[in-house]
Every structure is written in structure tokens, then in C-alpha cells.
Design a protein around this ligand. Structure first.
Ligand code: GLC
Length: 421
């Protein structure tokens, strides 16, 4: 029997995360009112007292955490991460260490509580994004000049993380951000750790929530990496999660006039790319000030969900596949099943070279159609009798079942293939 408060081994803690592969990031707070993203307070150098007045206007009439959770479930997502507090300092919960919260100002609601409840009801794992830095503290900008303020901000972080991890039951992810120090860019990790007292902070988090997964943004490595706006795999064995906006690269919170929404095929390709490297895809939405998710984002999530319902077996709990990368698209794998995700449909026939293992059968998941499969010289796997047109307009996934975990045919030297291996 595991003792209470005993931290389970890494493989155990991260297991659900690998199974999940796809989650929803939500940037929502006071800044949503501006319609210009979550950085306006600083970027526009607004006085703190003036920015903080936004709290008088923040009364999201249509906020419905269940609707968010439903959108995530419909998209095939398995978890959510909400900005409980971004860099502006405004808390979406009933924090006892601050007056700048949604409970003590006009909204009079604990959004975090509602969010947690909705996640649980929908069977989604629960993540809390928390920004260590708080722009309102002069000590953040000039710690040497205002050491007491800097100290108070760090203490606030410790106290608020404690609140978040004690008041809402089991929490699955602690997603830090804003750990960089004002005067150091790129972030100097060795300065961040003593500044935030990160080791102590994370030890406390793990004591309160022994199962929790913590990201790498408080200076210490912790459980998983967080490539931002790109999909880059970490070394095998290390958890990672790529986080990305649906719209422009700047602006995670609601940006009213956002001309660059990614297309569904782009988003699907990113998701597949993450899964192909045994990583997760945390796709962001920036709900409107009234609490609803804009239609441009909802429509895309819905389309991804339709694809996931058919092809999800190739994504959830995916493993890396050693087969040769081809022009067609990307691979994922599960045991002896390799999944070829075809982005650029080749027509009736597809060729994958350098396959050592014996194929048993190939099926197009979209239609359930079996296609002919044989292997010839140079380990060339030939899929034939396929439809001329792609069965799915964006990503058609073919499951190729092998007699063993599929392996690549080694090339004795660089030119051997010219005459045949
Ligand atoms: C950055 C930004 C922030 C956003 C985050 C998401 O650190 O400061 O606005 O929340 O990235 O990864």
C-alpha cells in the first residue's frame, strides 16, 4: 500500500498524460475585456490603478464552465488548463492574499471552483496555469530598489499556490508561467530558482498533491517541457507538451480582430506531430469577456473532434515509430501497429521504403477499407488499391499492423539502395 502523501514514481504519475495527448488551454481574465490580448496592462504601460478598474466591469453574463468542458470533450481533449491568474495579478478564485479577485470585485464568482466542478463532471483532468510574476509589484521590475515588494510578490506566489492546491480537491497539473526575471532575457534559470524559492515551492506542491504534474517554467525541470507556439519533441522518456494559439502567435487572451486563425488541417498536423514524438498538444482558446468561446475557435475544435472520434486510437497513448519519414505525412505507433497519417494523399498507391518488419494488414481508419500491402526490394512497402481521392480531406490515417514492433531496414552503406538491398 502506498502511504498517504507519498509521491508516486514519475512513470506512474505521467501515465495519464501520455494517454491524453490533447488538452485545452484557456486564457481568460480581466484582459479579455480589452480585446487586445493578455499583455495590454504592461505593453500599453497603463497605471496599475487604472488597469485594475477593469474589475468593476468584469461580469461575464454567459460564463458557463460546463460549456467549455463540453467543447473540450467534443474536440477529443482529455484535460484543461485554465489561467487561474495571469501576469496582471487578477485571481479567478477566492484568494485570501489579495483583494484583486473575481470574488471580491464585480463578478462575485469563484470561476476556478466552477471550472473544477465542470472538469470533474465531464471526466477531464484539471490543470491550473499560474503566473509567478505579478506586474503590479514594483519589486518585480526593480527587486534591488524595492526588496520588500519583491519579497511580498514571492510570498504571494507561495501562498496562492498553496490555496489553489488545497481548496479544490485533486488537481492534476500545475502549469507555471512568468518565472523569468525582468532584467534577464533569455531567462537565467540559476537566478530564477533562488528568487522564487522554486524548490521549496514545488516541494510544497507535491506534498499537497502527490500525484500532480508540474511543468518546467519555475526554473526547475520538474515533470514536463513546454515548447511554446512550436512542436518540438524532448528526449525520449521525458514528458512534453506543446502549447499553441489557434489565432495569431501573439495574443493568448481574446483578440477581437484576429485575422490569422490556423486552418483545421494545420491544427490536425500539429496534433499528429506532437503525438508522433510522444508529446501532447495543448491548444488554446481565448474566450470572450462574456465567457463564451468565439465561433472561429469552436468550429475548429468541432472539426478536430470529428477526426479524433475516428482516428483517436492513433493519437491517445501514441508511441514513437522508427519507420522512415516520407513525404506523405507522419507516423505514430502503438505496439505492433504503425499509423501512417497521410497529409498529402498520393492517390491509388503509396510507397514507404526501408521497412524491415513483415506487414500483416493495412486499414484506412476513415472508411474501414482494407488496402493491399506487400513488401519488395529495399524494404519498400507498397500500399495499393487505395482510393484516388483522400478519404479524409485533411489527414487520412492508415493503420498498418506488423508481425512485430515495426523496425527500419538498416542500410549497409549509403549507395546500396541503388542496386537493391
Ligand atoms: C507566455 C506569455 C503568456 C502566455 C504563455 C503561454 O509566457 O507571457 O501570455 O500565457 O506564454 O505559454
Amino acid at each position: 500500500m502506498a502511504k498517504k502523501n507519498e509521491i508516486p514514481p514519475y512513470e506512474k504519475r505521467i501515465k495519464w498524460f501520455h494517454e491524453a495527448r490533447f488538452g485545452m488551454f484557456i486564457h481568460w481574465g480581466l484582459y479579455s475585456l480589452t480585446g487586445r490580448g493578455e499583455w495590454t496592462f504592461f505593453l500599453e504601460r497603463e497605471k496599475a490603478a487604472s488597469y485594475m478598474k477593469l474589475a468593476d466591469k468584469f461580469k461575464p453574463a454567459k460564463f458557463d464552465a460546463n460549456a467549455w468542458a463540453q467543447a473540450a470533450v467534443d474536440a477529443g481533449m482529455k484535460y484543461m488548463v485554465l489561467t487561474t491568474r495571469h501576469h496582471d495579478g487578477y485571481c479567478l478564485w477566492d484568494s485570501q492574499c489579495s483583494d484583486f479577485t473575481s470574488v471580491k470585485t464585480a463578478a462575485r464568482r469563484d470561476f476556478v471552483a466552477e471550472y473544477v466542478k465542470a472538469c470533474r463532471k465531464a471526466g477531464l483532468k484539471i490543470g491550473f496555469y499560474y503566473s509567478l510574476l505579478d506586474w503590479r509589484f514594483p519589486g518585480y521590475w526593480e527587486p534591488d530598489k524595492y526588496p520588500d515588494s519583491a519579497k511580498a510578490m514571492v510570498q504571494q506566489a507561495h501562498d496562492q499556490v498553496r490555496e489553489l492546491l488545497t481548496q479544490y480537491g485533486k488537481i492534476d497539473i500545475l502549469w507555471y508561467d512568468g518565472g523569468w526575471l525582468r532584467n534577464t532575457f533569455p531567462p537565467q534559470i540559476d537566478l530564477m530558482i533562488p528568487f522564487w524559492r522554486s524548490k521549496q515551492l514545488n516541494a510544497m506542491a507535491r506534498q499537497l498533491q502527490p500525484h500532480i504534474l508540474i511543468n518546467n517554467r519555475s526554473g526547475t525541470q520538474e515533470d514536463f517541457d513546454t515548447p511554446e507556439q512550436h512542436v518540438t519533441a524532448s528526449e525520449k522518456g521525458r514528458g512534453w507538451e506543446s502549447n499553441m494559439t489557434i489565432g495569431d502567435h501573439v495574443g493568448w487572451g481574446y483578440v477581437k480582430h484576429n485575422p490569422n486563425f490556423k486552418t483545421v488541417p494545420q491544427l490536425l498536423q500539429y496534433l499528429v506531430q506532437a503525438a508522433s514524438g510522444e508529446g501532447n498538444y495543448l491548444l488554446n482558446v481565448g474566450p470572450k469577456p462574456d465567457g463564451t468561446i468565439r465561433k472561429e475557435e469552436l468550429e475548429r475544435l468541432k472539426k478536430i473532434g470529428e477526426w479524433m472520434r475516428v482516428n483517436g486510437e492513433a493519437i491517445y497513448n501514441s508511441e514513437r515509430c522508427d519507420l522512415e519519414a516520407v513525404m506523405l505525412g507522419l507516423w505514430t505507433r502503438k505496439g505492433k501497429d504503425a499509423y501512417l497519417h497521410v497529409f498529402r494523399w498520393p492517390g491509388k498507391e503509396a510507397v514507404i521504403p526501408l521497412v524491415k518488419s513483415k506487414p500483416r494488414e493495412a486499414v484506412i481508419l476513415q472508411t474501414g477499407q482494407k488496402v493491399e500491402i506487400r513488401r519488395e526490394y529495399n524494404g519498400r512497402l507498397i500500399l495499393s488499391g487505395m482510393p484516388e481521392k483522400p478519404p479524409h480531406p485533411y489527414v487520412t490515417t492508415i493503420r498498418i499492423r506488423f508481425a512485430e514492433v515495426p523496425a527500419k531496414l538498416p542500410e549497409p552503406d549509403l549507395s546500396a539502395w541503388l542496386t537493391g538491398i
